[in-house]
Design a protein around this ligand. Structure first.
Ligand SMILES: C[S@@+](CC[C@H](N)C(=O)[O-])C[C@H]1O[C@@H](n2cnc3c(N)ncnc32)[C@H](O)[C@@H]1O
Length: 246
């Protein structure tokens, strides 16, 4: 069995527990807080990188932000997203292989807990810069870790490569982005995951009947460990905003 939260089954369980096609903490609250103060008038074309099942792309399009393109490497998620939100353009695409011929001129590039999952983050950021116009905005909601510390080992490879808050400005700069603001969202993440664990408990019967008891054990175990790591400061969360340099 493919026990990974980023597998189609993992994302389906998250979507059910969160009552929306979201695989990021905080669901709509996180989106609302992340976009606060962004100049809407300057934004018409949006790129959702690591869009998963498309709930966030749908939120932006439904709330009149403009025309959204969602990209994700996972074919099953892209198929689901296309079926559920047919008015949105979803493309199966590895972010590190995006070419300007197909992806360019975006005014806002956003990622909700996706960058941590990319094996080559500098290349992903560079490709996203190529897809953006000069002065475009980059919005990252993601996991963080203290500089020099490995990600919590009990979370295994699933936790990928959380952002190092201390070095993110340089990483962005090297890829053509200028850091604007960085907000510590660790307490928000901890609260959101507390809430998610309660939702799993409430949905125990659905998860075991639909996906089996092993999946219930996996999601509660993994997110329980994630919640503890957040409480102990070995993992954090952040909202990062940057603009595309000329
Ligand atoms: C935790 S999910 C977040 C999904 C979505 N942003 C949301 O909030 O619901 C991370 C997503 O990144 C995608 N992903 C991982 N590696 C990728 C890559 N190289 N290129 C594009 N997407 C990738 C995964 O398939 C997964 O859907």
């Amino acid at each position: 069995m493919d026990f990974r939260m980023n597998s189609p089954a993992g994302k389906a369980i998250l979507a059910h527990a969160r009552e929306g096609d979201y695989a990021h903490p905080g669901e709509e609250d996180a989106i609302l807080a992340a976009v606060e103060g962004l100049p809407r008038d300057a934004i018409r074309r949006l790129l959702d990188v690591g869009c998963g099942r498309g709930g966030t792309a749908d939120w932006f399009q439904r709330h009149g932000w403009g025309e959204v393109t969602g990209v994700d490497i996972d074919a099953v998620s892209i198929d689901e997203a296309r079926q559920r939100y047919p008015e949105i353009r979803f493309v199966r695409q590895d972010v590190c292989r995006m070419e300007p011929a197909r992806f360019s001129g975006f005014d806002l590039v956003y990622l909700f807990t996706a960058l941590y999952a990319f094996p080559d983050q500098p290349e992903a950021l560079r490709r996203m810069r190529l897809a953006a116009r000069s002065g475009a905005f980059l919005l990252l909601v993601d996991y963080t870790r203290p500089a020099g510390s490995p990600p919590p080992p009990e979370l295994g490879p699933e936790i990928g490569n959380p952002i190092e808050s201390e070095t993110v400005a340089d990483t962005l700069d090297a890829a053509g982005w200028k850091l604007q603001t960085q907000e510590d969202w660790s307490d928000r993440f901890a609260g959101w995951y507390e809430d998610l664990l309660k939702r799993f408990e409430r949905e125990r019967d659905w998860i075991t009947q639909t996906h089996g008891p092993d999946w219930y054990g996996y999601v509660t175990g993994w997110y329980g460990a994630l919640r503890r790591a957040l409480g102990e400061g070995r993992l954090g969360g952040a909202l990062i905003r940057a603009v595309a340099k000329d």
